[in-house]
Design a protein around this ligand. Sequence first.
Ligand code: 8YV
Length: 322
Amino acid sequence: MSARPTVVVTRRLPPPVEQRLRSLFDARLNAADAPLDDAALAGAMRDADALLPTVTDRITADLFGTPGRRVRIVSTFGVGYNNIDVAAARRNGVIVTNTPDVLTDDTADLAITLLLMVARRTGEGERLVRAGAWTGWRPTQMLGTRVAGKTLGLIGFGRIGRAVAARARGGFRMRVLWHDPSPGDDAASLGAERRRSIEEVLHESDFVSLHCPATPDTKHLMNAERLAAMRPGAFLINTSRGDVVDEAALVRALQERTIAGAGLDVYEREPSVSRELLAMDNVVLLPHLGSATDETRVAMGNRAVDNLAAFFDGGAPLDRVA
Ligand code: 8YV
């Protein structure tokens, strides 16, 4: 690398990642960890060579079109990049990269966590104990739903969907069904069965877990009709993106007991969560924790830095999505 490129990092990152950024680049870090507003992002587009944003930043067509833009690469911290207008990036000749692979295991673990929590009513149980309201063990107290041997339907069978399948098959002897527009070459080795339509998966599954990216095609993929196509005793798990579920329709489906419960890590209007969901005991709500382990957040940061380093060394970034 010749002159040190300027990189604007929109949020605080784990210390080893910030240290590496400082050692390689003229890194403009965000010690206060306050989200940048549109004016600050436009300033970064003008003044920096690269931007390292996260899921909380919307990198719009207007930002890519910022007059006098200097940024040539946007290296996002995360596998999902629905917050970035990649078509506008392409039009403006800006490279976009993401951080796949490194968060697969932890996100799959979190999907299984939500599945277990909602089936076994653990959030509700913990609230009871913490409230000092537990009056003692009894045979009929807080009975949940068995997970072992049940049917899990996966909508989306990419890296994370497959990792969930492996856990469900190996750990819980579940029958696993999946639907994905792309072929799943290793599905047979995972012991998972393909279904031609989303509806078929929904009809047959006791648990439905979403693992598709947020795109215009998957916006509200789980709408009122699809929720109604689930089994009455079934649970919906979402660790993908809030946009994939029509949250208002989900609230109605839960209120009308169309489905039995939901485990959610992501929401349509993060960090805001529908008031009705907050009041429901058959819903587990987590604050977008999918990849939130020390190990994975460092690995994600390093992957984002690797992509920048490859680009500024004149090579091809590994994880180019635009
Ligand atoms: C990240 C995620 O926490 O990678 C993703 O797509 O949703 C999460 O794992 C988030 O994207 C950070 O930017």
